[in-house]
Design a protein around this ligand. Structure first.
Ligand code: HEC
Ligand code: HEC
Ligand code: HEC
Length: 126
């Protein structure tokens, strides 16, 4: 029997074509994920008069599931926090409060977390 060649019949006809199209999309997806820019492993954050912060970026990426826990406040660019603070689009200590809140909540819950005291974070002169 001849297969239908009109309308939806023709649309679904060539399974091989659909399979290769699917593979192309899958490959694109894998390459995009692989090429994602994770930024520096460690970042020196400017902390004003209290001293700078030695921030372990990749350690947080490995522990936290979502980049946007932090990057909802500032984009994934070097110097983003400083330029947003300068232009008044981000409050001073706004990012710090995000850091602190998480560390405090986790400490209260008895989990392993980061520092909650000023000097443990602001330890680098600059
Ligand atoms: C716990 C907070 C936090 C998380 C989570 C986080 N980042 Fe970042 N990221 C930062 C900070 C802080 C900076 C420095 C911003 C600045 O220089 O003003 C930064 C900067 C960057 C930069 C800019 C390049 C650089 O090294 O300075 C890239 C790219 C980046 N992050 C990618 C990511 C990706 C991708 C994820 C998720 C897999 C992620 N970040 C998760 C805090 C975080
Ligand atoms: C978990 C780490 C952490 C802790 C703990 C912490 N800070 Fe910060 N602090 C930061 C980060 C990151 C910034 C820079 C980003 C921002 O301003 O939100 C900052 C910024 C600052 C600034 C500069 C604000 C500006 O732009 O002029 C001051 C001052 C400051 N912190 C004081 C303190 C004091 C005082 C304490 C203790 C009560 C403290 N910090 C505890 C991480 C921390
Ligand atoms: C949503 C939760 C969360 C946020 C937001 C977060 N942290 Fe942390 N932080 C952690 C956890 C969990 C650890 C412990 C990771 C580990 O030791 O494996 C940690 C550890 C640290 C440490 C100690 C690392 C070490 O090697 O001992 C520093 C310093 C630190 N965080 C700074 C920051 C700063 C600065 C920010 C904001 C820019 C920030 N954290 C935001 C959860 C968070």
């Amino acid at each position: 029997m001849k297969r239908p060649t009109k309308g939806f019949g023709r649309f679904f006809m060539n399974i091989k074509q659909w399979t290769s199209l699917g593979l192309i999309f899958l490959l694109g997806f894998i390459l995009t994920a692989w090429a994602e820019n994770k930024g520096a492993e460690k970042i020196l954050i400017q902390g004003g008069a209290s001293g700078n912060i030695d921030f372990p970026h990749h350690k947080h990426q490995n522990t936290l599931s979502d980049c946007n826990i932090c990057h909802a406040q500032f984009p994934q660019n070097s110097g983003a926090i400083d330029s947003l603070k300068k232009s008044g689009k981000l409050e001073k200590k706004g990012v710090m409060n995000t850091c602190l809140k998480c560390h405090r909540d986790m400490a209260k819950a008895g989990k392993k977390t980061g520092p909650t005291s000023c000097k443990q974070c602001h330890s680098i002169k600059g």
